[in-house]
Every structure is written in structure tokens, then in C-alpha cells.
Design a protein around this ligand. Sequence first.
Ligand SMILES: Cc1cc2nc3c(=O)[nH]c(=O)nc-3n(C[C@H](O)[C@H](O)[C@H](O)COP(=O)(O)O)c2cc1C
Length: 224
Amino acid sequence: MELNEVMRTTFSARAFTGEPLPDETLYRILDNARFACSGANLQGWRVIVVREQEIRRQIASICADTFRYYRAQEIAGEVPFNPITPTEVDPSEAARTDLRYPMLGHFDDVKKVPVVLVITLDLRVVTAFDLNQARIGVISGASIYPFAWNILLGARNEGFGGVLTTFLANGEKEAQSILGLPDHYAIAAMLPLGRPVKQLTKLKRRPVESFTTINRFDGAPFKP
Ligand SMILES: Cc1cc2nc3c(=O)[nH]c(=O)nc-3n(C[C@H](O)[C@H](O)[C@H](O)COP(=O)(O)O)c2cc1C
């Protein structure tokens, strides 16, 4: 596939056909993804290919709890888990919220979810230039998400797909223990991968001039 087409059509796939994703293909995807940039080229990523059913079940359970709470906040009109506006929804509301996330219901079935990758980041090799800002850190993520995104681009290029999920991080301590991760490895993402049931090609994204301005935040929109 041509690069621009891959970039413009890498959608979030959350339902897969029963077709397996061969190890050779997964290896090739990771072998290309590893050329992502990272701060000082320290490549702090560690990837865990989760195959064991019981581990998958436990991971799905953490994500389901988090997703219910996410939905409860969304239903309340909030931007869920927002660092600027804290939630006013009580965590007990989560238990009363429907889990409308079919994939989590069969997460332990490799026929339904062929590959699960947990992407972790060694915080010992991260330089976070926003460390001293009085706000949530964003710079550390830049040393891992180009790599995670490369995996999704690579999967798309091979006719496969997946979704970048982050909800596992809400249960990071538990996930670290389930996966045997040292404390200094942060959960950055979890990527389910497989052959998408539908291959979408039209993604909804805002146009360049709606988010690019000249000289200042309130400057004129950038247009050719
Ligand atoms: C930082 C980040 C976190 C995300 N976390 C989740 C998640 O926890 N669960 C999930 O299903 N999708 C997650 N997504 C996927 C987004 O919902 C998806 O990229 C967005 O809705 C666009 O979908 P589309 O590519 O199909 O148009 C996340 C995406 C990003 C970039």
C-alpha cells in the first residue's frame, strides 16, 4: 500500500474475522515499527505478546471495569478521565453502566482476537522535559506512541488492523503484577490485532486549517 493511503486509512478495528495473524507477519510488523523515533534513541519499549487465556481474561476484566467508568462519565456529559476537569461521577456508577464493548467479552478467544500486544515503556530511559510543569506529563508518551502507531500502520499495510487502547493503564499496578512487569515499566498501550471484519477507508478527521495557525494560537489559519 502507498504511504499516504496507509496514513489516511488506518482506522480503529475492534472486530476481527477468525483469520489468524501469522507470527511471520507480526514479526515483520514489529521489525518495521522498531524504526520509530524515541527520545535520545533510547528505544525504551518492551512488547508482550499475550497468548495465555487466563492472562487475557484478567486483562479484559481490568479494561471492562475502566470502560464502564469511562462510559458513566461520558453519559454524564464529561470528557472522561480528564486532567483539567476532574470527574464528578462516583466510581460506584460504573457498576451500573452497561459494558458496550463486545471485544472484551471474547478477549480470551484467539479466534476472535488473534493477537494482543501490551506495549510498555521503561521509564528509566525517558527524558521528560515537562517534568517540572504543574500539569500532567505528555512528553514521555512521545517516546512510545510513534512506535505503537507504527505497529498499527504496519498492520494496515499488511491488510490487518487493530486499535490503540489505553484503558489497561488505569489498572497499571494489577496489570504489572499479572504480566510480571517491573515497577518502572509503564503500561503505554494495548493493541488487539487481527483481520478487520470491515475495512474502513473514510476516517473522520478535522481539516488542516482548523488546527494550524500562523505565528500565534489566535493567528490566521494556515492554508496553501
Ligand atoms: C491516546 C489514545 C487512547 C485511546 N484509548 C482507547 C481505549 O482505551 N479504548 C479504545 O477502544 N480505543 C481507544 N483509542 C482509539 C480511539 O478511540 C480512536 O483512535 C478514535 O476514536 C478514532 O477512531 P478511527 O481511527 O476509527 O476513526 C485511543 C486512541 C488514542 C490515540
